[in-house]
Design a protein. Structure first.
Lengths: 473, 473
């Protein structure tokens, strides 16, 4: 790879670096329509890994996938007052077809509660029909007015939205928390991005929810990133859409509901959390290629080296790619795969083959080791596992370093200005004090931990609980 | 299952039967917006099987998946003249967002050639960038004016669209035919729906293509169903969108392109081809559940029977579901799973367990057999394979019975009126004679076989080639 084809920014300049890394690694590109994103195969490959892992989690917990229409009658969105207020400014409206004006204005789904719950109202009759544990993989549309950022802020993004229906409030809350725990596992154990968990404040909750819970990560520039949300909808929507059932005593009851989602934003979190000045570093669990074999040959050794490289690829039980392209030097290929963040590079040349070995190079540390071909299978598996753990460990340290306990508003302001990060502070649970921090500093309450710890409010000094403030993406 | 919960129509009344079967088996439902479809988990489960099988085929042949934006500037569609003429009447237009009129009218993708090729023009520079072998799973939108039919004719449907770019015309044509062969395998070997292959006439080809090829199936009511299309686009789009590359001699060349797709319409074909008066019959290769275990118990035997049913499920290497619901009789469950078309039912009751056996019931023939538990694993695999073959064999016979060779236009008209089906006849390759048949009978040319067989035109008597006429969905 030529110099100018690599990453030219330092990661310390996160915003510029991020754009360049995403574009040059071939994860995504801007589309001709402002605010829209084209997800290229390498980025989509990460999404496919996330889908596979999360589908397995969903399957184990009794969920099934379905598909709901992308167009929603505008009147549906008006049925739940808070919901429409939250989403109205962001709606895209379909008003015409090729044959003229539509009778009814249709909204491109910004989220599918309303169109799905209209259908659930038809399907739910009896307690026997519950629970409904459906998940939907699709794309949603939000007319963002702020500047576009690939994977993080675009007018269309891919996600999954779960929509479940339960007979009791308790069962719905158990679902909310069980899914949040799946999200934590996905973030930490698969993406190697550590998160804090908790609920949202009234101000920050999902439009239409009774309670919103979330996982939040901390990016290297000190800004928080919401990674996933899981909402208890109470009976807000079941009453608006008439989702009711006859219970075992033949009494008609409104159902209790939950909804939850994670999006392609997760890919943005992975890029920002793990990358370095040379480009991406992908956790093995989501890397489209976990290892790349770069054969090193000249004309006279090409046939034998390529043959051996392909044979080795077949013996490995990981997602491996043999880069057999002509016309690119091994060094060029090394640089390209480093930029693309493939966790492990395997070099095989004529001298290695003579010694019956391959050279392994870790993307995260750059450490090189020569490994006998006979034990390559085990060595690769072991190193990949180690990389997965090392990335999480490093990210956890970063999270700890960026989490600051503050005792006064002055301290909070100063720390925010100097370091950003999570500011752990007391809050009296009043909207006034929450608004005050937001207005003065731009930080909001990202998470209210589930286990309350008493601490006096950082604004008014009244008794309160610990919460996490941060500026956010 | 109570009488009225089952299918009430005979399959001979195909249209009514189809609606009832799709709705009652829980494959899909109508949405609140006219023309739109909600795909329920059981229907989506079939689609997931199709996706898994086809993704494996794509992976083996070097294709990768990606995602392109759903909204396309209206001006893009105007760049290829035939293309926009073909799609303009069916477009849904986004003209407003929550914050007001859009600067530019956007079309909800009816198909994504234009938005994808705009991006390809940026990415393709050199012969080294070719071929591009990308596939896209998404949903597309077509404002249909005719009546809605679930899976067959809806305003939004799920599909995959492949968009490939090649250095030479030959290579593009090889891609077109290679994908058509994958589609044939998918239809015949997975869905057990036999097809005829060939190219479309100029009149029937895809708007913007140089040559369209397709696979066509024959439904039990004698109407043809287009199952998949694979188009050679020539340089029509590469010239309109400026997709050009420097070849190995540093000469600038326009690229050659192919596009191809299959949709959720395949599910409609499966339902119509294999079902019977009692409901669906799903080929094992795409059935979400290949077998269902129905435990037969009373209060005192419940624990032991359920335990054994679950243990058996774990020993089977197929997609199996244990129907452990309370409050439904075994007979009710038998009827429900028959309606839903699960290929194999496994009954396990206390008497069976005493004899260390289970009773297997095939959905396609109703044949019952008692099988020792010790050999259940092998017996289930064998029966499922046999069902898969038997369904294809039966469907092939149906196709043969519905294929009629005709020698005169009178014969063609009469056969169409009496039996419909494929009418194999000579055609002089003139638009006049093609239009004549369409205008007089409603039948069009579905397929021009790749290997031409000489036969005089059924209209004008001039020398011609054999083609397949039919009325179509």
């Amino acid at each position: 790879m030529a110099e100018q084809e690599g990453i030219t920014c330092k990661k310390a300049d996160l915003s510029e670096w991020y754009n360049e890394a995403v574009l040059k690694a071939g994860l995504a590109d801007f589309s001709a329509v402002k605010g829209f994103m084209f997800i290229r195969p390498y980025g989509y490959g990460i999404w496919e890994q996330i889908q596979a892992v999360f589908n397995a989690m969903l399957f184990r917990t009794g969920h099934v996938n379905a598909y709901a229409p992308a167009l929603i009658p505008e009147r549906f969105l008006r049925k739940e007052k808070e919901h429409v207020e939250g989403f109205a400014p962001e709606m895209f409206l379909v008003t015409e077809s090729g044959s003229g004006k539509l009778d009814e204005r249709l909204v491109l789904r910004p989220t599918s509660e309303t169109v799905i719950y209209d259908a659930y109202a038809k399907w739910v009759r009896s307690w026997r029909d519950l629970p409904i544990l459906y998940n939907y993989w699709n794309s949603v549309f939000r007319a963002e007015i702020k500047s576009t950022k690939l994977f993080l802020r675009t007018c269309e993004f891919l996600w999954q939205e779960g929509h479940t229906v339960h007979a009791t409030e308790d069962e719905a809350m158990r679902e909310v928390l069980a899914v949040l725990e799946l999200y934590r596992q996905l973030a930490e154990e698969v993406l190697a991005v550590p998160v804090v968990l908790g609920r949202k404040t009234e101000r920050e909750k999902f439009a239409g929810a009774a309670t919103s819970t979330c996982i939040e990560a901390m990016m290297p520039d000190g800004r928080a990133l919401q990674m996933g949300t899981s909402h208890h909808l109470g009976q807000n929507f079941s009453k608006a859409f008439d989702i009711a059932f006859l219970d075992q005593n033949q009494q008609r009851q409104f159902a209790w509901q939950a909804s939850w989602g994670v999006s392609t934003r997760l890919i943005g979190a992975v890029v920002m959390t793990h990358g370095d000045d040379r480009g991406l570093i992908l956790p093995p669990a989501v890397a489209p290629y976990q290892a790349v074999i770069v054969p090193i040959f000249k004309d006279d050794t090409k046939a034998v080296v390529l043959k051996e490289a392909r044979r080795l690829a077949e013996t490995l039980a990981v997602r491996v790619h043999v880069d057999d392209r002509d016309g690119y030097s091994p060094g060029w290929k090394f640089n390209e795969w480093e930029m693309k963040g493939v966790p492990l590079r395997i070099e095989v040349g004529p001298k290695d083959l003579e010694k019956r070995q391959a050279v392994l190079v870790r993307r995260d540390t750059g450490a090189k080791s020569a490994v006998p071909l006979a034990t390559l299978h085990a060595a690769v598996a072991e190193i990949l596992e180690d990389i997965q753990h090392a990335l999480l460990k490093r990210a956890k340290k970063l999270l700890a370093d960026q989490t600051h306990h503050v005792q006064s508003f002055k301290d909070l302001e100063k720390t925010l200005e100097e370091k950003r990060g999570f500011l752990v502070a007391g809050w009296c649970q009043s909207r006034t004090c929450e608004d005050h921090v937001k207005d003065k500093t731009g930080a909001d309450i990202r998470v209210v931990p589930f286990e309350p710890i008493s601490q006096d409010c950082v604004i008014c000094g009244k008794p309160g609980i610990q919460v996490y403030f941060a500026k956010a993406y």
